[in-house]
Design a binder for this molecule. Structure first.
Ligand code: PLP
Length: 377
């Protein structure tokens, strides 16, 4: 593909208006229908979406919740995790993973990730104490962790597994979907996520009847039958309008996954030979994994990262540092006093290139050519 580098274009890191404009007509039709009927909270569209998201990943139950963070918190609460318990998570994650653990009353224990940016099973083993109750791995960037190794640890130590699958809807490990390995897991529909809505939204999935019942109570004020409050709950339901919108978007999602994987392949083919930049695992690199590329997180030497990002920025290309450039244990205000040198180094070297469905092949070629030109290759 011939790309004129002199002819600058705008390639934002993410294109928020596109979330709406992509299917404007359909959204307006859905809005008129759902809102016109006054079907706002816990209505048929919500139940349909719960059934469809569960079916999509091969789980028994789906539950719409206000956001993924609440979903993770509910999963922990429903599993009986709380005060005195320790839950292990990878520090290379969104703070939400740790805050869900914190608010459950348990102690969040951050550990290192590995070369693939996903939780390191050896680090999990090393962090296990008599208080460890659960592991909460993040299926980061649309990738899937080494689930064989993680399940071996879970079974060996009699632990619970709750996946933070916010970034990996539809990703698979040996044919089994991210979010279906443990007691429960949660997904996010924040606008920039692979299936995004027009605000906050989330879902919990589980195969466990008891977990389903508990979480249904927790998200709706602890109400069982109309009026009967059986325990302390919260208000965190997925809006029915959002459920209808998400149910529609889910039908287009398999095509979106293919597009995301095609973009990752284009990056791989365009940049794979440059020694100075480390790319994520390519779509066809591991027969055991089917990954969906929520993000495209690359690594360069810490001393040139900002120079490269500024150069790309001047060419109209948006990049970001995931989590603002810090792992969870590095936020002083949270009081997690850990040294995780591998993760800390990674936070200095990594950044995200644009990867979303509003990108054209020409946009990606333009990004590739500008990176090649930076490295003089
Ligand atoms: C987005 C995200 C969350 C939180 O999702 P919300 O729906 O915004 O609560 C949690 N964990 C990870 C890894 C995320 O990327």
């Amino acid at each position: 593909m011939q790309i004129d580098l002199m002819k600058s274009r705008k390639v934002p890191f993410f294109n928020y208006p596109h979330v709406y404009k992509q299917y404007e007509e359909d959204f307006l039709r859905i809005f008129k229908d759902v809102v016109g009927r006054g079907a706002y909270i816990l209505q048929q569209e919500g139940r349909d979406f719960e059934e469809n998201i569960a079916k999509f990943i091969g789980a028994k139950y789906g539950l719409g919740v206000g956001n993924c963070t609440d979903g993770l918190y509910f999963a922990l609460r429903a599993a009986g995790i709380g005060k005195g318990d320790e839950v292990i998570f990878s520090s290379h994650t969104f703070v939400a993973t740790a805050s869900a653990i914190h608010h459950s009353g348990a102690t969040p224990i951050p550990v290192e990730c590995g070369e693939d940016h996903l939780i390191d099973p050896k680090a999990i083993e090393a962090a296990i104490t008599p208080r460890t109750r659960a592991i909460m791995p993040t299926q980061l960037n649309g990738h899937v962790c080494d689930m064989d190794a993680i399940m071996e640890i879970v079974n060996k130590h009699g632990l619970l597994l709750i996946e933070d699958a916010a970034q990996s809807l539809g990703a698979k490990y040996k044919g089994k979907a991210a979010g279906t390995f443990g007691a429960a897991s949660a997904f996010s529909f924040y606008p920039a996520k692979v299936v995004g809505c027009f605000g906050d939204g989330g879902a919990v999935v589980t195969n466990d009847d008891k977990m389903q019942e508990e979480i249904a109570l927790l998200r709706d004020h602890g109400r069982a039958k109309i009026g009967e409050v059986v325990k302390w709950g919260m208000n965190s339901r997925l809006d029915n309008l959002h459920a209808a919108i998400l149910d529609f978007k889910l039908t287009h999602y398999p095509a979106d996954i293919e597009r995301r994987r095609a973009i990752a392949t284009q990056y791989q083919n365009g940049l794979g030979d440059i020694a100075e930049i480390k790319l994520p695992r390519a779509p066809d690199a591991d027969v055991n994994r089917f990954e969906i590329y929520q993000n495209y997180e690359v690594e360069v030497d810490a001393t040139i990262r900002e120079k490269l990002r500024i150069t790309l920025g001047e060419k109209g290309i948006g990049t970001i540092l995931q989590w603002g450039g810090k792992a969870v244990h590095e936020y002083k205000g949270l009081g997690l006093k850990y040294n995780l040198p591998f993760t800390e180094q990674l936070m200095k070297r990594s950044f995200l290139l644009p990867l979303h469905t509003a990108l054209t092949d020409e946009d990606v070629a333009y990004i590739i050519e500008n990176i090649r030109s930076f490295f003089g290759s």
